[in-house]
Design a protein around this ligand. Structure first.
Ligand SMILES: Nc1ncnc2c1ncn2[C@@H]1O[C@H](COP(=O)(O)OP(=O)(O)OP(=O)(O)O)[C@@H](O)[C@H]1O
Ligand SMILES: [Mg+2]
Length: 333
């Protein structure tokens, strides 16, 4: 559906060249919700904007439905862009137009007649939950409602692709959740391939199927959200996930803890309790549970447990070997 082959984007500055995106390869399948996560300045927006050629890659190819579009100009480019909707962090609405008119404007640009607009816009506003606000101006709307207008406008011309650049960064937690639900709902109902940028793993985790992690212009890791979350390879990804899971243990607790501190990760249905009690029984150690959490990603559980393990050196060593065999991941802290 969307394929980026060896994409680089360079910006010429006064003194030096900024390499915003470096040799990125991505394939996004039809109907997927694909997340791009990374810190500020990582190159996420620049990369996203190459997908509708708002940003021309310095090198590399952009393919949409197997067609190379990076040389497209004029009418050809316009046609491709009509099939790609986009939503933004700050909504980018026209403040002098009502909700209805904002959506109508996008349809007019696409050459839709007045009749088509009159018929279609109430349907879209109903889909995004804004039927009551048709004649209201953006200044009278909440942030979440403004983003709903942004979404309505982006999907007004039945696009195949929806690009979302930090669509919830300006919203509170609850509104964020409802906007993410709406994006997922539209993705399912209309089958729109969706690309979502965020600097938070929590957002990605909520609705994405796949994720690419960006650092300094490069994609350092990509895969299914569950795999990346449960088995991160890159240090930066590990940091992001640690931050999300928030398993910080108070310093005082660490000071009084004897023996070894270990973080265990359980995936899927692997039961947690028997593994711990078996370790104690088999090896004559004591285990203190310091922190624990079960998360659900794409409906599948991942359990994280921080334990302190104490006993003789040999029994601790044997316990670690036993645990390693019975959990998805073990890390000495
Ligand atoms: N038009 C431009 N001209 C020059 N440099 C740019 C331009 N757009 C982006 N950059 C630079 O490219 C790098 C990547 O920027 P980009 O906006 O893609 O990052 P981002 O990951 O989206 O960050 P944020 O999370 O803050 O939105 C930054 O160093 C930025 O300053
Ligand atoms: Mg950005």
């Amino acid at each position: 559906m969307i394929e980026l082959n060896d994409i680089s984007v360079h910006f010429a500055g006064k003194k030096n060249v900024v390499e915003a995106v470096k040799n990125v390869n991505l394939t996004i399948g039809r109907g997927e919700v694909f997340g791009i996560v990374g810190s500020s300045g990582a190159g996420k927006s620049t990369l996203l904007r190459t997908m509708n050629l708002l940003e021309k890659p310095t090198s590399g190819d952009v393919l949409i439905n197997d067609v190379k579009i990076n040389k497209f100009k004029g009418e050809n480019l316009r046609k491709v862009r009509l099939k790609i909707g986009m939503i933004f962090q700050h909504y980018n609405l026209i403040n002098t137009k009502t909700v209805f008119e904002n959506v109508a404007f996008a349809m007019k640009v696409a050459g839709k007649t007045k009749e088509e607009r009159k018929k279609h816009i109430p349907e879209i506003l109903s889909l995004v939950g804004l039927s009551e606000k048709s004649d209201v101006f953006p200044s009278k709307l909440s942030g979440g409602q403004k983003q709903r207008v942004g979404i309505a406008r982006a999907i007004a011309n039945n696009p195949d692709i929806l690009l979302c650049d930090e669509p919830t960064s300006a919203l509170d937690l609850e509104t964020t959740s409802s906007i993410l639900d709406l994006i997922k709902d539209i993705n399912k109902k209309m089958g729109i391939t969706t690309v979502l940028i965020s600097h938070e793993m929590n957002i990605i985790k909520k609705i994405c199927d796949k994720v690419a992690v960006m650092e300094n212009g490069r994609v350092v890791e990509q895969g299914s959200v569950y795999e990346v979350f449960t088995n991160p390879q890159h240090d930066f990804t590990k940091q992001l996930i640690d931050h999300t899971i928030n398993l910080e243990i108070p310093e005082e607790l660490l000071k009084i803890q004897k023996g070894k501190l270990i973080r265990l990760i359980f995936k899927g249905d692997l039961a947690l309790e028997p593994v711990i009690s078996e370790t104690i029984k088999k090896n004559d150690v004591t285990i203190t549970i310091l922190h624990g959490k079960i998360e659900y990603i794409s409906g599948k559980p991942i359990g994280i447990l921080v334990i302190g393990i104490d006993g003789s050196e040999l029994s601790i060593e044997k316990s670690i070997i036993y645990l390693k065999e019975n959990v998805a991941e073990l890390e000495l802290i």
